[in-house]
Design a protein around this ligand. Sequence first.
Ligand SMILES: [Zn+2]
Length: 270
Amino acid sequence: MSVVSDIELYGKRSVTVFVTLDVVDPRFALLQKLLLSYKVDWLDQRWDDYTDEEYEAAPLIVVQALSEHHVVGGPRFHTEYDLSKACPACGAGMRQTGAYTIDGAGATAVGLGQSRVVHSYSELLVDQPLAETLARANLSGLSFRSVYAYQPDEVPMELIWKQLWAHSTLPPMSPRSTGVDFDSACKTCRRGKIETTSPMRIAYRTRDLEGAQDVNRMWEHFGYVRWNGDLKTAVLWQPFFVVSPKVWRIFRDAGVSGFRWLPIRVVDDE
Ligand SMILES: [Zn+2]
């Protein structure tokens, strides 16, 4: 249990507390009962915990970035995209053509110094030593792109960080994935704006994994979208990375935090 904040707002004390419990812990039901009887507001977030053995045995692992270490960047900061295959309704399928550019003037840029990997709308930016380790590991499907910081009225500045670039996109996931609200998908392309709940369990058919590399992207785009066809105002989360246990091991050994690693499940062909 940890107290996250204890503040007084309009004369009323407001305390936020995080409690993490195993779902089968008998104290879990007791806690819910107490919260109800004391009329305390709460949010229930559920996720799966995996062991190292489960990661090692996984065919692929989805990399889900948590809210920490997020850096603002992308289309609004002059990163260039090819829109010829993008969905007109939600922008899904827009393809980055230039170097990734982050908001060099914004507050989130300081996050670059706090972790070896930061993320920006599901793009992954790694520090130079980690980029070198990844490059030396001969991972299939991976290359690197430069990262620039943009500040108004200044020449964009190249950073020592590198953007991970996957050459392969997996086919659409199996409809037997759970924690995925398929009904929320963009009506035009079925690819964007997909909402999820926790725990998310992503499934692929065996045939979907033929040709998978060490580093891949999902086909689907999850979450919030701001898109009216104009890159200057666009906010769009790119598909999650899906990596082999080899990549997970490198991140783990580098002490990278701030990500949830979700081993995929393989289901029989329907
Ligand atoms: Zn769409």
